[in-house]
Unconditional design. Structure first.
Length: 88
């Protein structure tokens, strides 16, 4: 009877091991797909970040700032008579 019990225990152990392997492979594939999706999202965000940096550098050029200062803020360069030098 102990041989039958041992065979039954070994059968249960083999079946449990086989099901665990199947579950691990499935989980591995699921996680790999999720990883690929996250990497694609990262790549898209990297491209967008580069575009935003280019846009920011274009909007913050000295010429653009000077144009906005003149048009919207009505600023101008001071005349030589309007310049005051302060000395300590």
């Amino acid at each position: 009877m102990s041989a039958r019990l041992l065979a039954l225990v070994l059968l249960v152990a083999v079946m449990t091991s086989a099901l665990t392997v199947v579950w691990c492979v499935h989980r591995n594939r699921t996680l790999f797909v999720a990883l690929q999706e996250l990497q694609q999202t990262r790549d898209k965000l990297d491209v967008e970040w580069g575009q935003l940096q280019l846009e920011q550098s274009a909007w913050s050029t000295h010429g653009r700032i000077e144009q906005i200062a003149r048009e919207k803020l009505h600023m101008r360069r001071p005349r030589p008579a309007e310049i005051v030098v302060v000395r300590p």
